[in-house]
Design a protein around this ligand. Structure first.
Ligand code: F6P
Length: 497
């Protein structure tokens, strides 16, 4: 199907977050998270209504002004779209986000528990599920149904682990709607899902399978999903065709790794803000610069990365004074104790390494905890080695964005558990995220690599990222919609599109 389509995008975060300026005026900020950038192509080219949570007080005020209905908005590039902000009861949203979605589902899906002591689910999880996760998902489902009333032909595109229940609630009332769910984070294996109480893991799988398409960034997560559908629900799975038959319906599981908006990055690279940040980095950079850019999320493995840098200096003292780790970390989810504790651990580890190795003129780890995207892009341009050592990651966009704009044939050190490892692993230095010694060795290998080898790897990654860009990912999603809207006569899909 060519031309613009009617799409209802459903995601916890919206493309804008409203706030009130000191002068008392409403101001718009770009909504947080990678998802917003990822969906830019959809909004620019299609007729999009975006349903999101009213998160800030000012979001709630904007929603109330429109009596909870959708209203016209414009994207940063001027593209029009409709925005519908769902108002949740504050205590329900708090349980949804700070008890279920992040410390439970995010932790589960990133294999974040050692299991001997954590998790320790008590009544609060069950209570937060019933009085938080369920009502917030109901709020999203009701908003989606209201938009479908207005536009019965629109397709619904749900995102992420916040909204596992909403698709089923929509399906119950609109059996005919075309609906896809994209899961941007890893999908773990059955044994790890079994950590979650049975009624929750069954509800999650049933909720997700109410969609016609369930998308992941890699085959690894998709294969796990096919298996858990069999194991958790006893669904009938065709592994070759990647389809799941359950409760009289068929769902197609796909994998398409998201890409970068190349044009946007090319523009951003030359923007005054980024150039100014780059000048500051160049003025103080040592001979060898290792960079990491992450949210302060335990799944990003910052503490082990700092330890690895300390070990690298211990093993190779000739780099003392000549190499620095520049860590640009965006503070994240600071209402959740596990996240505040992790941020404290990050500061402590940086201090430990610095106190051990620093001199009067050189600091081994230059740690910045702030939301400064321009500085991150400037650091992308300047690294000699980029450290991405996530414990697990659905994809990891940094590992694609940074090589795209790097000007020094920098070497990518990449966790074997990042989704992007499937695509970029043969040109990166792969690391086991738990092996601190292995990461120290990889840092040394990256900084001593022959120039020709560096260039060969950096060029290959850059070419791959340019070719498999955001537009390609958006096209693949829309192609999937078309395939399930008119299935082949045999009923068998080619799961790779
Ligand atoms: O898919 C993971 C994700 O939802 C991304 O969109 C984003 O990078 C991150 O999590 C942001 O999380 P939060 O919305 O909790 O800040």
């Amino acid at each position: 199907m060519a031309g613009p389509r009617k799409l209802i995008v459903v995601a916890n975060r919206g493309p804008v977050a409203y706030a009130r300026s000191a002068a008392g005026e409403r101001v718009k900020r770009r909504g947080g998270g990678g998802l917003v950038g990822a969906l830019r192509g959809l909004v620019a080219q299609h007729d999009v209504t975006w349903i999101a949570s009213a998160i800030s007080d000012e979001d709630a005020a904007a929603a109330a002004e429109h009596e909870g209905e959708a209203f016209e908005e414009t994207w940063q590039d001027g593209s029009p779209y409709r925005l519908r902000l769902v108002m949740h009861e504050p205590s329900a949203y708090e349980r949804f986000y700070n008890v279920v979605a992040n410390p439970t589902l995010w932790f589960l899906q990133h294999y974040m528990w050692g299991l001997a002591y954590a998790p320790d689910f008590d009544r609060s999880l069950h209570e937060a599920w019933s009085n938080g996760y369920v009502p917030v998902n109901e709020g999203f489902a009701n908003a989606t149904l209201a938009e479908l009333e207005r536009d019965p032909d629109a397709a619904v595109f749900v995102h992420d682990y916040h909204l596992y229940l909403a698709p089923r609630l929509v399906r119950e009332r609109r059996p005919d709607v075309l609906m896809a769910h994209f899961v941007h984070i890893p999908w773990p294996e059955t044994d790890y899902w079994s950590v979650l109480p049975p009624q929750l893991r069954v509800a999650i799988h049933e909720g997700v399978l109410a969609s016609d398409i369930v998308g992941f960034h890699t085959d690894r997560w998709r294969e796990n999903f096919l298996r858990t559908c069999e194991d958790v629900l006893g669904a009938e799975v065709d592994h070759a065709g990647a389809t799941i038959a359950y409760a009289g319906r068929q769902t197609l599981a796909t994998s398409h790794a998201i890409g970068v908006d190349v044009e946007d990055f090319d523009r951003l690279c030359e923007s005054a803000e980024v150039l100014e940040e780059e000048r500051a980095i160049v003025a103080r950079r040592p001979e060898h610069l290792v960079v990491r850019v992450d949210r302060t999320d335990p799944s990003k493995n910052v503490v082990r990365g700092f330890r690895a840098f300390g070990l690298f200096l211990e093993l190779h003292p000739e780099f003392c004074g000549r190499a620095q780790l520049l860590a640009l970390l965006d503070p994240s989810r600071q209402d959740i104790p596990e996240y505040t504790e992790y941020l404290a651990a990050i500061h402590l580890e940086a201090r430990t390494v610095n106190e051990r190795f620093q001199t009067g003129t050189w600091t081994p780890i230059d740690l910045h905890v702030a939301d400064n995207f321009a500085q991150s892009v400037a650091a992308y341009k300047q690294y000699d080695a980029l450290l991405v050592n996530a414990v697990f990651d659905g994809l990891n966009l940094v590992s694609k964005e940074a090589p795209l704009v790097n000007g020094r044939d920098g070497v990518l050190i990449l966790s074997e558990n990042a989704g992007s490892h499937d695509e970029l692993g043969s040109w990166a230095l792969g690391v086991n995220p738990f092996d601190v010694y292995g990461q120290a060795q990889a840092i040394h290998a990256a900084l001593t690599m022959e120039p020709a080898d560096r260039r060969r790897r950096a060029t290959a990654i850059c070419e791959h990222v340019r070719e498999h860009d955001l537009a390609a990912w958006v096209a693949a999603q829309l192609h999937d919609f078309d395939r399930v809207a008119s299935p082949p006569a045999s009923g068998e899909y080619d799961s790779r599109g």
